[in-house]
Design a protein around this ligand. Structure first.
Ligand code: ZN
Length: 314
C-alpha cells in the first residue's frame, strides 16, 4: 500500500509562486530560477523512479518524501519501502550525461558533454539517511530491522562509471527501472536467512504519524519578505500578472484568455502569509468591491476566523 504520495514540495511551490511575483531587479531572482529548475528536475526524476517503486505497492508499504526528526536533527528520504523482512531507503538522482563515482576520493562528478561538475557524494548522503533512520527505528523499538540503501538513477540514458571499487557501487546504485526487482530480491534473501517478518503496515503508519513537511526559510535563503510578493491574478497561458476582473472571472489584457483561477492566486498569497483578510484579498486580486472579495473567499475553501476577522487554511 502507498501510505504517502509524492506531492510538489513546499520550497518548490514557494519558488514557483514567488518568481512571477517579484520585481525583475530582485537581487536573488536568478538564483531562485536556478534553484526552482533544479528542484523541478529532482521532482521529475522522483516521479519517474516512483513509477517503478510503486510496482511493490501490492506487497509492501511505501512512503514517498519522508521527512523525520530524531535527536533534534531532521532528515529526508525520497522513498521508504517497508518490505516483509527489511526496509529500503531509495534516493533518486536525476543527472544528464555521464556520472562517475570515485570510491577512493568519495566524489561524484558529472560530465554533460560541455562541462564537468562535482556533487556531494551520494553514497555518503544515503549512509547518513540510514544512520538517522536506524536511530529513529531504535527509538521506536524497531532496532532489529535490516536497512538497505539504494541510489536510483532516474534517467535511463545516464551513463554510470566507477573509478575504484565497482562492486561497492553496484550494490547501491541502480537504474530506476530495476529498483523494484532489487528490493524484492534483497528482501526475499533476508527472509531466506531467517529475518523476522515485519508488520510493515503498522511500521508505515508510525512513520507517517511523525512525518513533517520540509520547508525552507525564504527570507534567509533569498531575502524575500512577504511584502516583496506583488499582487495580481496571473494569466495561466502567457504568465502576465494583473488579469482584469470581469463578471465571474478574469481576462488577460495581453492574450485575452478568460480564467476563474483566483483560488490559485489566493493559495500563492497564503504561501507567504498565514492568513488573508478581505482588504488584502481585494488588493492581491485587484478587486473593486468588498462584496466580490467575500464571495471569492467563501468559494475558496478557506475557513473564516470570526475572532480575528480573517481567512485561513483548514
Ligand atoms: Zn495571457
Amino acid at each position: 500500500m502507498i501510505l504517502k504520495n509524492l506531492a510538489k514540495p513546499l520550497p518548490l511551490q514557494k519558488l514557483d509562486a514567488a518568481i512571477p511575483r517579484l520585481l525583475p531587479q530582485f537581487p536573488a531572482l536568478s538564483k531562485m530560477k536556478d534553484d526552482a529548475a533544479k528542484r523541478q528536475l529532482g521532482l521529475t526524476g522522483e516521479k519517474k523512479v516512483n513509477y517503478f517503486i510503486d510496482n511493490l505497492a501490492q506487497m509492501y508499504t511505501i512512503l514517498h518524501d519522508v521527512y523525520l526528526r530524531i535527536n533534534g536533527k531532521s532528515f529526508q528520504i525520497d522513498s521508504l519501502v517497508i518490505a516483509n523482512h527489511s526496509i529500503s531507503i531509495v534516493d533518486t538522482k536525476n543527472y544528464k550525461g555521464t556520472i562517475t563515482f570515485n570510491t577512493t576520493l568519495k566524489q561524484l562528478t558529472r560530465d554533460d558533454g560541455k562541462l564537468e561538475s562535482g556533487f556531494e557524494y551520494p553514497i555518503t548522503q544515503v549512509d547518513n539517511q540510514k544512520f538517522h533512520l536506524q536511530n529513529w527505528l531504535t527509538q521506536h523499538n524497531l532496532a532489529h530491522i535490516p536497512v538497505n540503501c539504494y541510489i536510483a538513477i532516474a534517467d535511463p540514458s545516464t551513463i554510470v562509471k566507477v573509478k575504484g571499487d565497482e562492486e561497492e557501487i553496484s550494490k547501491v546504485v541502480v537504474h530506476g527501472a530495476e529498483i523494484h526487482n532489487r528490493i524484492l530480491a534483497s528482501d526475499r534473501d533476508f527472509g531466506r536467512k531467517g529475518a523476522k517478518k515485519l508488520q510493515n503496515y503498522q511500521i508505515g503508519k508510525s512513520v507517517l504519524r511523525e512525518c513533517r513537511e520540509f520547508d525552507i526559510d525564504m527570507l534567509k535563503a533569498y531575502g524575500i519578505q512577504p511584502s516583496d510578493i506583488l499582487p495580481g491574478v496571473i494569466c495561466p497561458d502567457c504568465g502576465l500578472r494583473g488579469m482584469e476582473r470581469v463578471y465571474n472571472g478574469w481576462v488577460c489584457r495581453k492574450c485575452k484568455r478568460f480564467s476563474r483561477n483566483a483560488h490559485i492566486d489566493i493559495a500563492d498569497y497564503l504561501l507567504f502569509n498565514d492568513v488573508i483578510t478581505n482588504s488584502k484579498c481585494m488588493w492581491f486580486l485587484g478587486l473593486p468591491t468588498r462584496g466580490t472579495a467575500t464571495r471569492i473567499l467563501k468559494k475558496s475553501g478557506l475557513v473564516y476566523d470570526e475572532k480575528h476577522r480573517c481567512w485561513r487554511k483548514k
